[in-house]
Design a protein around this ligand. Structure first.
Ligand code: ADP
Ligand code: MG
Length: 238
């Protein structure tokens, strides 16, 4: 089966800081890959390069047949193909839950107002928040905000979803409601790259764990702490 995501010798520097050095990773369609590595090892940078929030310094990243690292490739298409969920939710504070979700379909996909609203309502139902469509982010709990953020990313019908420490800002009692949504997504066959906060943080059952330290150079800065988890072992769902 062809790879859904392929990272080939990816390098990213911020001035003198080497965030990624010759990172390589391939993800098949439907895989749920946990990317585990120490703080500062470039996990967030890698996710941000996949949807080109950051350009690579060198190397390539492919999503199916599209080279997303190519400056000439259509940034709009990349944002449609790659959904991203951050630890800090990043919802628009002045928009309701429904408006947050339906904004991108309207602007990027050129859906009509009615179509975009329908997409938004069905996704709110999918994350169990139908009754919150008119609520603004400040009126929602952290767990609810993160579920809206997931729904917002799904509204573009992405080929892959990236999760950067999606439960790290949540109180313990809210973690399960977000994980339930992620587990459901995985069951539906979504390709997912998940960076958990710690190697033993709650995460959806992965098809594979990837020790990110192996992607880094031997410059001596890393690893600060190696994951004791061997490849392929899976943390429990909750
Ligand atoms: N926008 C940026 N500007 C400068 N340095 C950055 C930026 N983003 C990340 N870095 C640096 O790149 C390295 C990797 O960071 P990051 O990708 O956030 O690691 P992780 O997510 O694994 O903790 C760190 O040294 C960090 O300070
Ligand atoms: Mg990070």
């Amino acid at each position: 089966m062809a790879d859904r995501v392929r990272i080939i010798d990816a390098c990213k520097n911020f001035g003198k800081v080497v965030a990624l050095k010759n990172a390589n990773l391939s993800v098949k369609p439907g895989e749920v890959v946990l990317v585990i590595g120490p703080s500062g090892s470039g996990k967030s940078t890698m996710l941000r390069c996949i949807n080109r929030l950051e350009p690579l310094s060198s190397g390539q990243i492919w999503v199916d047949e599209d080279q997303v690292s190519d400056h000439a490739s259509d940034i709009r298409k990349i944002r449609e193909e790659v959904g991203m969920v951050f630890q800090s939710f990043n919802l628009f504070p002045h928009l309701s839950a429904l408006q947050n979700i339906s904004l991108a379909p309207r602007i990027v996909k050129k859906a009509s107002g009615r179509e975009a609203t329908e997409i938004g309502k069905s996704l709110l139902a999918r994350v169990g928040l139908s009754e919150k469509e008119d609520s603004y982010p400040e009126q929602l709990s952290g767990g609810q905000q993160q579920r809206v953020a997931i729904a917002r990313a799904l509204a573009m019908n992405p080929k892959v979803m990236l999760f950067d420490e999606p439960t790290s800002a949540l109180d313990p009692e809210m973690i399960k409601e977000v994980l339930d949504v992620m587990v459901e997504l995985a069951r539906d066959g979504m390709t997912m790259l998940v960076v958990p906060t710690r190697w033993d943080s709650p995460a959806p059952p992965p098809t594979r764990s990837f020790s990110w330290t192996t992607a880094r150079s031997s410059r001596g800065v890393l690893p600060r702490r190696c994951s004791p988890r061997p490849e392929k072992s899976a943390p429990s769902a909750f």
